[in-house]
Ligand binder design. Sequence first.
Ligand code: ASP
Ligand code: MG
Length: 440
Amino acid sequence: MKVLKFGGTSVGKPERMHSVAQLITADNDQKIVVLSALSGTTNALVEISQSLSEGKKAQAKQQIDKLESHYRTFCDQLVKQEAGRASAKAIIDEHFEFLNIILKISFNEALNKDILAQGELLSTRLFCVSLEEAGISAVLLPALDFMSIDEYEEPEIPKIKIKLGNLISQHKGEKLFITQGYICRNARGEVDNLKRGGSDYSASLIGAAIQADEIQIWTDIDGMHNNDPRVVKKTFPIEQLSFDEAAELAYFGAKILHPASIWPAQHFNIPVKLLNTMQPEAKGTIITELPNGNGAKAIAAKDGIIAIKIKSSRMLLAYGFLRKIFEVFEKYRTPIDMITTSEVAVSLTIDSEAHLDQILKELQPFGTVELDHHQTIVSIVGNEVAATPSIITKLFDAMEGIPLRMISYGGSRHNISILVNGQFKEKTLQVLNKGLFGLE
Ligand code: ASP
Ligand code: MG
């Protein structure tokens, strides 16, 4: 069985949804198809929630109405026959009635998650109506019946495996299953989600749970590129990546994949393909266990990084200092991305402000603490990249004139990361594209 995930732009227009229907019926293999919300929907739902949390009901009502009319127009083109139109209308009525009821009750976090879930619920239900109109047999598997996270927001693969297995076994002989990406239930049984962009993660978790032959992530670009195509002019798709390389790239900012979406596939050794709905015959990128080639393969950037420097003469010749510092971050469940040390200071980076005030307060006793906001981590990733002759020379030559805040080399053989002020991000990606790949 294969898992195929289609992102928001792949289902964002009625004709794109029709193309997805063609793609998934091109062969007769058994598949689970994971869908995102139509492009723009989750952002719109975030705005509705925001308005409600601020008590701006009139504004929320306007935003809901605007989204509703978008869906009505969408369905006018998606389905043409009377039966299909009636089903689509009933689905839209149901979900927008829910949003309109929410306007009348008091807002809370659980309700926020319910609001955010509407996008994937709508896209999958409407897609099923469109499949039915086209005479394609498919079964909708509600993600809320099998996808779950524990109290630490970690997915529960063994439970998912059992529940999903049971659901699938109720439909013997069925070739096509449709389900929602992104949404799940939390430890309290409430509707929750796998964070923004989480549909990739859903696909990977489903792939792991059913031990799929392959996980395909379909987007609107022909695979993972060697650099950010929005920032540099010339980039090229990478044909093959190892799980380690892909995980580093996804984590360090390659937007094509949710950062957590590689580990489930890697753990169960399931190949992941990144494919393009606009160009289905293009090779895309295949991610497997095998490393392929040496040297710099791609550059990715992660914005919104905070650098924290803790300076203390007590660190001199002392042991246990780093442990005490790390314990503060552990207490607030805040991951550290980069770290560099000197004999009297340590600099590290985090990507979340959520507990920054508390963290800073607890770091005060250890020494002087300095903060730099709006930093960007730029990572150069590739099999054995750190051992590639002259890589550091090329890197420093290219970076001439751009101030470096931190550099991390040797943490893994597949990654060299540098930290620059966010204002130098674009310049850094451009000079490295030239310096490492010879592309302007
Ligand atoms: N719809 C969700 C989002 O926009 C999940 C996803 O598309 O992966 O973040
Ligand atoms: Mg995405």
